[in-house]
Design a protein around this ligand. Sequence first.
Ligand SMILES: [Zn+2]
Length: 392
Amino acid sequence: MSYLDKARVLHSFTSKELKEICKDNNLKGYSSLSKPNLIDFILQNLSEDNVKEILMEKGLISEDEVTDEEIIASLNKLRKIDNKAYLTYLLQSLNVKELRALCKEYYLEDCSRYSKKSDLLEYILDSLSEEEHQRVLYNNELEIISKEINLALKKINGEDRENIFEINIVNPENHEVEISFKGWNWDTKSYLSITPSNINDPERDCDCRTGANMGFCSHFWVGFILSLKEEYFNLSDWTLTKLPDNFEELIDSIKLSAARTGEERPRSGDKRRLVDESSDSAVLMKFLNNSITIYEGEILDIVERQSDFQGNVTIYYHITLKDVRLGPRVYRKSDFREEDIVGIEKLKIRISEKLQNDQKLKVNDKLSINGKLDKDNFWGILVKNIRKVQKL
Ligand SMILES: [Zn+2]
């Protein structure tokens, strides 16, 4: 424990208790000292082990607490920026409440003065010693990184409330990628460029609060995974952050597919998609917001629904299809490619009241349709914009 560490823990004692410690240890000349001076007096006159013992007795530190040596050994020595600079990035992932909890943990008393996250973060990092910066990293780094990476994986799989809308290779030479995310009623744009010359602290920007201040937001990690799959860098060259031990395993099933094919060299404006081939809904994600053709699907059930928008009642039908074969919609026969066709166990489609009145669809009918694959916030993945139904 550093001097400052111990001083902060001793701060939680009252003046009376501090004087008792002095008395118990046969120290002289403390009776007129103020609390801060009493703390200094104790730290100057008692041995390191003696102070530790007192703190342990009070239950303020535990015997199995990690030592400074263990913490230093665990730190990433390859990182090229210093711990404080790194923490200003890393701690962007915490909200004000979590930062206040950190203040409490390190006995910082002036936290309540700061209501803005940026001020609070600056105050914390300026107040903590270099040893404490290391301790914060030791205790929090992997948890923060893992949380954001998991959220990134959910976005790739279509399991988050925000989806990847478009991945744009803005400038292939500089590895510049721009990723747009879409939520129910918001958009987020994220930018990343990882090159051999900036890999120690890559160029990045994001609309979200964490990423706007160079933090490692979930959007950053989507770009990171994309850049890795694009072979913009080798994972072994990445030293800026720790990664979960099973990171490579986690992203193994994620494949990169180009929305535009048949080109040898990447060009500016190329589109990409990240698809996790291990999950069924994720297979559909590569068609999200695109026109598709369902070549075959059998009706499993039909449910009538109503929506009421400002007094206008609309009737529509949700139909669940099973054993579905689908692919991207092609406008010329020569563009059809068998390898683009995927099989899905079940898929929901939405048709209008008029279409159902015309077609009188029923369970076990087999259909072929064109539509657009959409993600509805409430119903999930759904085929919409169906104008025509063909019974097979
Ligand atoms: Zn972000």
